[in-house]
Design a protein around this ligand. Structure first.
Ligand SMILES: [Zn+2]
Length: 293
């Protein structure tokens, strides 16, 4: 069992953790947050209390909590220019901290095949994939939509799609949106061979893995723990281990929304085995990154 009575002892024991879901912003967005006109950005960051971080802030936080590497996501924007600007910032941050930052970039919300082709160029610059991408419901639900094209490009390039998924039920919060299980299932069924990370435990979609055909469709999907303390009881870790296996659960914080300590304490309260704890905090991520390296 993992019981963290002393945080300092704990960080001495585990020092190679990988946070698979964090966000950073070009300082331009932090310094001008009141004047940024993008409905997604405004819904999440117009409140001056909503935390935002630069790459330097992230590295300082990782050092504080003993996190070795972080998968750095962009957010999904409606505005193409803002999207590109933050993509470049993330790519440049990864150049500055090559041993610490694993970069993901995003596409604008209603992206086209051309956008996908442009982003694929960045895969040669060390970009590990696309994320955290929100998808319009009609992209998920319909065959041959731009997201199907994206999935095939990612599969061919051996890159990942980290998908924002929120729960269709429960409390509201900034960033929660209407993703229906049937639309998500449609896309997952059409993209089984593409490696996907379903953020926030996939909005609970993994609960359907008790159905044999759904389990099969989820065989190439990972589930991250980003923001989990806001969403689920600590039993979620053992429940998801039973449903989809702990081999595909990835520790993620959604930093700066949450500190690593908050999520790690929550995992600890879930009474996961020591073996699963190691898998979740770094071994699963190491294997996945090795596979797509
Ligand atoms: Zn996130």
């Amino acid at each position: 069992m993992c019981v963290f009575s002393n945080w300092n002892d704990f960080v001495c024991i585990i020092n190679n953790m990988i946070d698979f879901h964090v966000h950073v912003f070009d300082p331009f967005f932090i310094n001008n947050r009141e004047s940024i006109t993008d409905s997604f950005f405004e819904s999440m960051y117009s409140d001056p209390k909503a935390k935002m971080a630069t790459a330097d802030d992230l590295i300082a936080n990782m050092d504080e909590y003993g996190i070795e590497k972080a998968v750095v996501c962009n957010m999904t924007w409606r505005n193409d220019d803002y999207c590109n600007r933050n993509n470049y910032y993330i790519i440049n941050s990864a150049k500055e901290y090559p041993d610490r930052i694993i970069p993901l970039i995003t596409l604008p919300y209603e992206f086209t095949q051309l956008d996908v082709q442009s982003s694929a160029v960045c895969f040669n610059l060390g970009v590990m994939g696309i994320g955290e991408q929100r998808l319009p419901l009609h992209y998920l639900a319909s065959d041959n939509s731009p997201v199907d094209y994206l999935a095939s490009v990612l599969k061919d390039a051996n890159r990942i799609l980290l998908l924002h998924v929120s729960e269709p039920v429960g409390h509201q919060y900034p960033g929660k949106e209407k993703i229906t299980p049937e639309a998500l299932y449609g896309f997952l069924t059409r993209s089984v061979d593409t490696t996907k990370v379903l953020a926030h435990f996939g909005g609970g979609f993994g609960f359907y893995a008790l159905m044999k055909e759904v389990k099969q469709v989820l065989s190439n999907c990972y589930f991250d723990t980003a923001a989990t303390p806001y969403l689920y009881e600590p039993d979620i870790y053992n429940v998801m281990d039973k449903l989809v296996t702990s081999d595909r659960i990835l520790f993620g914080t959604d930093f700066p929304l949450m500190t690593p300590k908050k999520v790690l304490d929550h995992i600890g309260k879930g009474s996961v085995s020591d073996e699963d704890y190691k898998k979740i905090t770094h071994q699963n991520a190491e294997k996945l990154l090795e596979r797509i390296g």
